[in-house]
Design a protein. Structure first.
Length: 314
């Protein structure tokens, strides 16, 4: 499924071995339902030339003493957002519902949005869409490290859980790990990655498997960010159970840094917040904001001094 890979000996991307983040309800395992608000949408620009045209118009109106569009609208019109939902079994529909609300919110700011949802979220389609993208929003299975599914290797860990083949349901998960993100994806300068409702990415464990130690949570966040940061991302946000709408809103409309955006979350607790310097990616910093000891449901890693304004200008 991976184009242009030299014939070297690599382990194949793995079939599903990791469950979606879940909680125990009445003796059975049920995926946590994430309720997110709906958002009005307006048609996005479909070509980067739209941004150039908007800039020309902006300059012309300034010359005549009027302002037809705001600078933030001009820059937002050129942004390309990719929203991906991998297969999560019977819960896929709920994940898609959340994803569609995020896509509508991005469009409401004038961004071009590409939506790729299970059962058609294959690696070839996602990889193609991510080239030059300014934002990735991914919902689906997470396969991180450390985990019970050893040993560590980069071919299936810390990436995306996608459909192994197109059109064959929501249970055919195949993991494309850090290696593939690093080697075959090149996002736009100052790109942002948002990982929502998956295990491991924010330091968390699978539902029902116990809470991780602080050391394990740190390693998980560091590892999950590594491939995306090498693919040109400046920040990798992970929200395991709550909406990421606040991130989208801030990126398109605020002057905040990535750190300030993370700390502005309606779900922030701050009581147990801490940071660390990445050992996987030089020069990068991470923040975790556990809701309680062991509850690692929120994180961000990257160059956190990057501003939303520089993202819009990228």
């Amino acid at each position: 499924m991976v184009a242009h890979i030299a014939p070297i000996l690599l382990p194949p991307a793995a079939s599903t071995t990791v469950t979606a983040c879940q909680r125990v309800v009445s003796g059975s395992r049920e995926a946590r339902v994430l309720r997110v608000p709906g958002y009005g949408a307006r048609r996005a620009s479909t070509r980067r030339s739209t941004r150039a045209a908007a800039l020309i118009l902006f300059g012309a109106t300034l010359a005549f003493g009027g302002i037809a569009v705001s600078p933030s609208d001009v820059s937002a019109a050129g942004k390309r957002v990719v929203v991906v939902v991998g297969p999560t079994g019977s819960h896929t529909g709920d994940y898609i519902k959340s994803a569609k609300s995020y896509a509508a919110k991005a469009r409401s700011y004038g961004a071009t949005v590409v939506e790729i949802y299970s059962p058609y979220a294959t690696w070839s389609k996602v990889k193609s869409a991510l080239q030059g993208a300014n934002m990735l929003i991914y919902l689906g299975h997470g396969n991180g490290w450390p985990s019970p599914y050893g040993p560590f290797q980069r071919y299936t860990k810390d990436g995306l859980g996608l459909n192994s083949t197109a059109g064959n349901g929501h249970y055919n998960v195949k993991y494309w790990g850090e290696y593939y993100i690093d080697r075959y994806v090149q996002m736009a300068d100052d790109a942002v990655v948002i990982l929502n409702r998956l295990c491991y990415a924010s330091g968390n464990s699978e539902w029902g498997s116990g809470y991780p130690t602080k050391s394990v949570a740190i390693q998980r966040v560091d590892n999950y960010g590594a491939g995306f940061l090498r693919a040109n991302a400046k920040a990798v946000f992970a929200e395991a159970v709550t909406s990421v709408g606040y991130i989208i809103q801030n990126l398109f409309s605020s002057q905040r840094t990535m750190k300030e955006i993370f700390l502005s979350s309606p779900s922030r607790t701050m009581t147990y917040r801490f940071g660390f310097t990445s050992t996987r990616t030089s020069g990068m910093w991470a923040i975790l904001d556990p809701s309680a000891p062991g509850r690692y449901y929120r994180s961000v890693i990257g160059k956190l001094s990057t501003t939303a304004a520089s993202w819009r200008a990228g």
